[in-house]
Design a protein around this ligand. Structure first.
Ligand code: UDX
Length: 433
């Protein structure tokens, strides 16, 4: 199949490279000439394990190419995927669809022969109808069908998620479009991944419902963690105890500082807006959003409490700034609110993150960025682990104690056993234990 991917950001680039790896001919398009120039030179603009090699292999095999020229990339394509950004619109939290609609109009003008237009971007229910209307209006003679095919990729594990998905969701009732989509995903079907077909609106809503459910699961265990602290239980025991029930499942039950990232915060808000517009309020998701927002600053207060209630004039060492490990992404990272809460209370911050410091400087300019974990700890009054990078899982705790001015470890990801930390002479606070 010939595939054109509009948008060479995170989703477009990973999906394009993986489709090429399946043997399809893929052209990735982006308006950003600097990005395309970098990709042509073999440089990957994002940090994602395995992506650089995957792109290089498929470029070398002649199956993957890059261009800024959308008009030339569309006429030959069997399917044109729209994988542009849908950020939260400033002011009202609705998904901002202007990039999707602009892409649709541009694609429409260059269509030749029957072409499947695939919404890969996360878009509210009904966006497919509008994309269809725009294409028909721009090019009344075009032969096309609009399909929804949401992505479920986790940053840091995106290639694996693409190649071994729990399921692929295809939303369309057009037989010709479905046939093209089945051919595109045949390698996954042969590998026995479930490929589910449904209505376009069903597929659009599936993406939001899935992310909202996962955000709910995390927020649920976070509140249970707070209760564990009050009643003297360990949230890791409780999570294991409930997670082994197949109806619940053990994933996404790690208590922590609250969810962040490019998807959950934005998609839960957009779902609430859609729900309000259709007068079907989602009260559970409303509560999840509010609870998670409050949790981030509450984690800052937890650190202050661990430091004896006052951090004015103190130095706090922070390990991990990105919203999760194996990414350089700082979007909605809990670290931002935690650091700001500590700074508001008069603390000075030293921090280290293996990949995220360049991005972090934009949100958090007034902290001292260090070269490694141990340098961060020098003369600090407490050590706080905010993101569970593997590099922080086996710290030399006696060395940490000797570097710190006060022997306090706040582990917001529950990666250390309490007795091990206490044996090294540090006081330990965690989440829900
Ligand atoms: C998510 C979805 O998993 C993915 O399917 C979707 O397409 C995009 O959004 P991502 O944002 O990359 O992916 O990260 P994910 O691993 O899901 O983590 C999201 C946030 O939840 C992180 O801040 C993480 O630290 C937090 N989290 C996750 C927890 O606090 N506890 C958990 O048990 C799991």
């Amino acid at each position: 199949m010939k595939i054109t991917m509009i948008g060479s950001g995170y989703v477009g680039l990973v999906s394009g490279a993986c489709f090429a790896d399946f043997g399809h001919d893929v052209i990735c398009v982006d308006k950003d000439a600097g990005k395309i120039e970098a990709l042509l030179a073999g440089r990957i603009p994002i940090f994602e394990p395995g992506l650089e090699q995957l792109v290089a292999n498929n470029v070398a095999a002649g199956r993957l190419s890059f261009t800024t020229d959308l008009a030339s990339a569309v006429p030959e394509a069997d399917a044109v995927f729209i994988a542009v950004g849908t950020p939260s619109r400033r002011g009202d939290g609705h998904a901002d669809l202007r990039y999707v609609y602009a892409a649709a109009a541009e694609v429409a003008a260059s269509l030749k022969g029957f072409t499947v237009i695939v919404d890969k971007s996360t878009v509210p229910v009904g966006t497919g109808d509008e994309v269809e209307r725009i294409i028909r209006q721009t090019n009344p003679d075009a032969e096309f069908a609009v399909v929804s095919n949401p992505e479920f990729l986790r940053e840091g594990a995106a290639i694996d998620d693409f190649k071994r998905p729990d399921r692929v969701v295809i939303g369309s009732d057009d037989p010709r479009a479905l046939e093209v989509m089945r051919q595109i995903y045949r390698p996954l079907a042969l590998g026995r991944s479930p490929i589910i077909e449904m209505s376009r609106r069903g597929a659009e809503l599936t993406k939001y419902a899935g992310n909202a459910f996962l955000a709910t699961k995390i927020t649920f265990i976070n509140e249970i963690a707070d209760l564990c602290e009050k009643v003297g239980a360990d949230v890791q025991d409780v999570a294991r105890g409930i997670g082994l029930d197949n109806r619940i499942g053990s994933k996404f039950l790690h208590a922590g500082p609250g969810y962040g990232g490019s998807c959950f915060p934005k998609d839960t808000l957009a779902l609430l807006k859609t729900a309000q517009d259709h007068e079907a309020p989602q009260r559970i998701v409303e509560a999840v959003v509010a609870v998670n927002d409050q949790r981030k600053r509450a984690m800052g207060r937890k650190v202050i409490h661990a430091c004896g209630g006052d951090v004015r004039g103190k130095t706090i060492a922070v390990l991990g700034l990105t919203f999760k490990p194996n990414t350089d992404d700082m979007r909605d990272s809990p670290a931002i609110a935690i650091v700001q809460t500590l700074q508001d209370a008069g603390a000075t911050i030293r921090a280290f993150d293996p990949e995220g410091m360049e991005q972090a400087r934009k949100d958090l300019p007034d902290i001292t960025y260090c070269g490694n974990a141990y340098e961060t700890m020098e003369d600090a009054d407490a050590l706080v682990i905010v993101t569970e990078w593997d590099a922080f899982r086996a710290l030399d705790l006696p060395r940490a104690k000797s570097l710190l001015r006060a022997p306090i470890l706040v582990d917001l990801r529950n990666i250390y056993p309490r007795d091990m930390v206490e044996a090294a002479g540090l006081t330990y606070s965690a989440v829900g234990r």
